[in-house]
Design a protein around this ligand. Structure first.
Ligand code: HEC
Length: 159
């Protein structure tokens, strides 16, 4: 299984961010580490599976190509306005390496439960790369979220 987070410090900058909206009392500062391309490398204070209904997402080896293709169609239509497939930031973080930074459960919970994750999950808060835009919920079904995950796995070179 390749679910272990690798917290490798290729970091150049470490900063403490206080989240933009500080009305919630249990809010703690999250430590985020970004590399020279402004790509998130480490988010500490993390619940590795995130918050939502996905507790255990089985992965297929090899990749499910039909899911990859459906995931790409969704990406083109609903995600590519804000996300690149490289590590470069657009409105949101680039997707390169996202399946190494997060568990499958975290990714699917984030996609389907975006508001709650942004409010409560420290790793998601650490990704609020700036305070101008919060990722809007994209209203994907569970199947579509799984297809996106498969597409991201392919983009990360998983087999
Ligand atoms: C309007 C811009 C926008 C759109 C459209 C958008 N996102 Fe995002 N996304 C963001 C932002 C901004 C973040 C960083 C968290 C935040 O600040 O809300 C993010 C973060 C993410 C993350 C975590 C990334 C990481 O590197 O850890 C995932 C996964 C994600 N988005 C998936 C999606 C999917 C899937 C879609 C399409 C169905 C999508 N996003 C569409 C703006 C967007």
């Amino acid at each position: 299984m390749n679910l272990k987070k690798s917290f490798i410090p290729v970091a150049m900058i470490t900063l403490l961010i206080l989240s933009c909206n500080n009305q919630s009392s249990d809010k703690k500062a999250a430590r985020i580490v970004v590399d020279k391309n402004d790509t998130l490398v480490v988010a500490e204070g993390v619940s590795s599976k995130g918050i939502g209904r996905f507790k255990d997402v089985p992965l297929t080896h090899p990749l499910d190509i039909s899911m990859v293709e459906k995931g790409k169609t969704i990406f083109d239509a609903k995600c590519s306005a804000c996300h690149k497939l490289t590590s470069e930031k657009l409105i949101g973080p680039g997707w390169k390496g996202v399946t190494d930074r997060h568990t499958p459960e975290w990714i699917m919970n984030f996609i389907t439960n975006t508001e709650v994750m942004l409010d409560k999950d420290l790793a998601a808060q650490a990704e609020i790369v700036n305070c101008l835009v919060r990722m809007p919920n994209q209203d994907l079904t569970d199947d579509q979220a799984r297809q996106i995950l498969e597409f991201q796995r392919q983009n990360d070179g998983k087999e």
